[in-house]
Design a protein around this ligand. Sequence first.
Ligand SMILES: Nc1ncnc2c1ncn2[C@@H]1O[C@H](COP(=O)(O)OP(=O)(O)OP(=O)(O)O)[C@@H](O)[C@H]1O
Length: 240
Amino acid sequence: MMENVINIQNVDRSFGKKSVLKNISMTIGEGEIFGILGPSGSGKTTLIKLIAGIDQSSKGNVTVFQQSMPNFTVLPQVGYMGQSDALYIDLSGYDNLAFFGALYGLKGKNLKNRIQEVASIVGLDDALKKEVNQYSGGMKKRLSLAIAILHKPSLLILDEPTVGIDPVLRKQIWKQFTEMKEQGTTIIITTHIMEEAEKCERVGLIREGELIALDTIENLKAKTTSGKIEELYFENEVIV
Ligand SMILES: Nc1ncnc2c1ncn2[C@@H]1O[C@H](COP(=O)(O)OP(=O)(O)OP(=O)(O)O)[C@@H](O)[C@H]1O
């Protein structure tokens, strides 16, 4: 049986008087590729930050690997890639990877090999020696992704991972996600692009902080008359 890695129960998140997440409940299973789809400002980033333990809910519970979040003991098992790059731009790509690798406790030959491995996954083999301030936006994004997967996390949380990445590399990165999934990694991806959401096994649709639908792409499409998931955003009824 597939175990639930993530359990979100009646979660609210407010900033002052502004309610950004409203009574969200969902579970995500081990080895699932789960998409969080919603327009800009709907609350996707806020939600995954609660899962990653970077932020705390105002109400309700988030558990990851059966631990109530935020929880430091869970962090080594989590890889997180935010929307803005957290890179040292005066260092080379290699040194960025070496720095974060050391934080994760990787050393010596293991670290070296793993850096080569992740660099090749994201197509940065030839750019590792360059300083990051010479990288393009897409290259920085790929380096951030390489850092997020460096320690082989069991849970990978990615905020719009393939924005600014060309289709060829996007395909390669998705292939890697599938391989990681097959090895049991749970992957959560936020996106506002339908095509990207369609690659996920299940998708939660968020609108103005509410989870309006959650299902497989196939089932979500079956709930529409046009066969287009976008349609669900224009319905008033919440179908979770
Ligand atoms: N720390 C904060 N203080 C106040 N408001 C915040 C804070 N963080 C997020 N918000 C607000 O919460 C809402 C949801 O933001 P969030 O970043 O989660 O949306 P999103 O769906 O990820 O959007 P995008 O796709 O543009 O990143 C926005 O209106 C945002 O202004």
